[in-house]
Ligand binder design. Structure first.
Ligand code: ZN
Length: 472
């Protein structure tokens, strides 16, 4: 079996041949922690979690590095608006991201470096670029000279003379900029009053966004590594600039560039302006975590995933079909299927995943096995049930969707179940209260309500009937 991956730089699907046989190194541009994550942010995390799982299932030993951008214009603006230091904003939102990654079953990376923890590495990189005449200090900033790197624009398929100016410095019309060319981008920003800064040979300042990934990827994965990933919105300028910096400094850098499609809302890229309804915490009030993961995983990773509530509900229903089979089959077999050792995966699933992570086709294989498994359950054919369950769970493990594996099993799954059971009991009790009211026994009806209240269950009568919730 051979793995093929789409390489943005080659504009083609290429056979994956790692630098070191049997090993794979992956760098993913992680979050800019300026706000809590919405589900668009999590698509990238989930997509690359599946890549890591598939590389491991294919026998590779994977080193996975995902950075955190904890110093950046938007973080500084938020901090200023709130009247707090920038690190308070960054820490708070990084925790929110970590919570969301965990909630959606994304396994933690081997290393999660933060930009502010790697200023010395960035200073060394700038020095190398200046010495090689690829960068220059201008005013209080340091810029990368895009004319010094002849392949600039190759990743995004643009010619230098057609590019827009880099929008990364105070070079808006009417302001002074020491850039030699408006397309030169900022490696280092001179400090403005009140901003955090680090002392450098070029004066006090802070890093530009692009520099950190070049410095950190090489620190943790070496001058050349296998796969660099991120959302398609990062191809230009971020990844174009990463390549320019790293190659100019003499590093081989990434050999494959993988980009996931974005999550769209009515054709528009998801952004903060859409409000909070798509925050991960908010969506997880409407669907369970594995259902949200299923939704984010089911489309091909390079496609634009157009968000709709209906599509989310459909994904939840599809996941529930799989989950019902897995739960029922395990109950019938009483866990015996766990003892079968590492199962092989169906060849059709393998070939789907090997073809540039063809998750839609791979999920079709899962659903076919679930259908067969349900028939076997109906026929009480335990051998066939066991065969289906083992295969289905092995495939789901690759996708991070096995209902009986962490984090779903025993975690949110059992909490959901408990919630359902409590809901049924409350409904039963409210039925008795209704019956008491119907026979004008208001004392009993009130006593039932008071008892629920003492248990911490608040009941509210609405035109659609009574609603309940656990009181804080
Ligand atoms: Zn990056």
């Amino acid at each position: 079996m051979t793995l093929y991956l789409h390489d943005t730089a080659a504009r083609a699907v290429r056979e994956f041949t790692p630098i070191t046989p049997g090993q794979a190194s992956v760098y993913l541009c992680g979050a800019t922690v300026q706000a809590p994550p919405h589900i668009g942010h999590l698509r990238s995390a989930v997509v690359f979690d599946v890549l890591i799982r598939w590389l491991e299932a294919s026998g590779y030993r994977v080193t996975f590095c995902r950075n955190v951008t904890d110093i950046e214009d938007k973080i500084l603006r938020t901090a200023q608006a709130e009247g707090v230091p920038p690190w308070i904003v960054a820490e708070r939102n990084q925790r929110a991201f970590t919570w969301a990654y965990d909630a959606l079953g994304c396994r933690p990376p081997d290393v999660e470096p933060r930009a502010t923890g790697h200023i010395p590495e960035m200073i060394v990189l700038i020095r190398r670029l200046i010495e090689g005449r690829h960068a220059y200090a201008g005013g209080r900033d340091v810029y990368f000279d895009v004319h010094s790197y002849p392949e600039y624009g190759a990743l995004s398929g643009q010619r230098l003379d057609q590019m827009r100016p880099a929008e990364d410095a105070d070079d808006a019309p009417g302001t002074d900029s020491a850039k030699r060319d408006p397309r030169d981008f900022t490696l280092w920003k001179g400090a403005k009053p009140g901003e955090p800064f680090w002392e450098t040979p070029w004066g006090p300042g802070r890093p530009g966004w692009h520099l950190e990934c070049s410095a950190m990827a090489v620190k943790y994965l070496g001058p050349a590594f296998d796969i660099h990933g991120g959302g398609m919105d990062l191809i230009f300028p971020h990844h174009e600039n990463e390549i320019a910096q790293s190659r100019s400094a003499g590093d081989g850098f990434a050999r494959y560039w993988m980009h996931n499609g974005l999550l769209g809302l009515a054709g528009e890229k998801m952004s903060k302006s859409l409000g909070n309804s798509l925050l991960v915490t908010d969506v997880l009030r409407r669907v369970r975590a594995p259902e949200l993961r299923y939704y984010l995983v089911q489309a091909h990773y390079r496609s634009l995933l157009e968000y709709s509530e209906d599509a989310l509900a459909e994904a939840a229903a599809a996941y529930q079909r799989i989950e019902r089979f897995v739960v029922r089959a395990s109950e019938v077999l009483m866990g015996a299927a766990d003892d079968d050792g590492a199962p092989g995966l169906p060849p059709s699933f393998r070939s789907a995943m090997d073809e540039d992570l063809g998750v839609p086709a791979a999920l079709a294989v899962v659903h076919a096995w679930v259908r067969d498994g349900n028939l076997a359950l109906g026929a009480a054919d335990k051998t066939a049930v066991r065969a289906s369950l083992v295969q289905v769970r092995a495939m789901l493990d690759v996708l991070g969707l096995d209902p009986l594996a962490p984090p779903w099993a025993g975690g949110s799954g059992s909490a959901d179940r408990l919630h359902d059971v409590v809901g049924s009991l409350v409904k039963l009790t409210l039925g008795q209260r209704d019956a008491a009211r119907a026979r004008r026994d208001y004392a009993t009806a009130d006593a039932i309500r008071d008892s629920l209240d003492e248990m911490g269950i608040g009941v509210e009568d609405t035109p659609e009937g009574p609603r309940w919730e656990l009181k804080q």
